[in-house]
Design a protein around this ligand. Sequence first.
Ligand SMILES: NC(=O)c1ccc[n+]([C@@H]2O[C@H](COP(=O)([O-])OP(=O)(O)OC[C@H]3O[C@@H](n4cnc5c(N)ncnc54)[C@H](O)[C@@H]3O)[C@@H](O)[C@H]2O)c1
Length: 294
Amino acid sequence: MPIEKVGVVGCGLMGSGIAQVAAQAGFPVIVREVSAQLVDKGLASIEKNLGRLVEKGALAPADRDEIRGRLRGTTGLDDLQSCDLIIEAIVEQLPAKRELWGSLDKVCAKSTIFASNTSSLSITEMASFTQRPDRFLGLHLFNPVPAMKLVEVIRTIATDPKVFEEALAFAAKLGKTAVRTTDRTGFIVNRLLVPYLLDAVRALEEGVASVEDIDNSMKLGCGYPMGPLTLLDFVGLDTTYYIANIMFDEFKEKRFASPPLLKRMVLAGWHGRKTGRGFYDYSDPKTPKPMQLS
Ligand SMILES: NC(=O)c1ccc[n+]([C@@H]2O[C@H](COP(=O)([O-])OP(=O)(O)OC[C@H]3O[C@@H](n4cnc5c(N)ncnc54)[C@H](O)[C@@H]3O)[C@@H](O)[C@H]2O)c1
């Protein structure tokens, strides 16, 4: 059965981006959040992004209205009943995902494909919370979703090859480039990226250089589009902290261990751009100021 209607669970950084690109690709999308306030916040961020595209002349106002018309927000899980594909983008914590998948499995049709956007949790373990491991896979998109071209499509040993092919076709309809990978914690990108980001925090912690100098070094010395500490603020320090813990737990390797500074910043509620403070202060979002963290 072709994928026609898409459900997205979570409308934070990733969920809002996923809902946006799916609606832009022509799919009717229902996006679920835990409160009406968060539904409104998520939809408002999509509205803002679409507005920017119209201002730049990249999207006609009539097309924006059509895209908006394809998007619906909800707080009720039952509204996801008729979706052909559910993409989950909630907080990177297994207990929350376990509860969600267990409930969705009861609500959705047996044919619905379940996909997690997790960065580091085991797809196989999540599939085991449902009665449909053959219709369960990973669809790992990147932040900011409208701009980033890659999707890691992740199969487990139980994923039906036809479902895997349908997911690859869906990724192509989103206008993304898919890479195929298997269910190993961190998949391809985070396996390589996370140790690098954590090392940047360790370098700061050990007094190697300042926030700005670490970022400038990787930008100007290696040609990266942004420095690691800026990237961490984009990704979310809470999300990175959860990912590091999960990867450390899996591999028991020091390179995946969360540096104490990262933990302290998360405990302080400094989660990066989304909370206004991380390695930079975003009081004026156009000119972030490096934080004094030692
Ligand atoms: N931030 C990134 O760069 C990035 C990149 C790729 C993948 N991911 C993954 O995407 C997922 C979401 O990350 P994020 O950065 O968007 O986090 P986020 O904190 O911005 O958003 C998570 C949202 O999920 C909502 N939520 C929690 N439980 C829910 C539930 N039961 N039903 C509906 N909504 C619920 C929260 O209210 C929150 O708005 C995580 O699994 C993360 O690992 C993140």
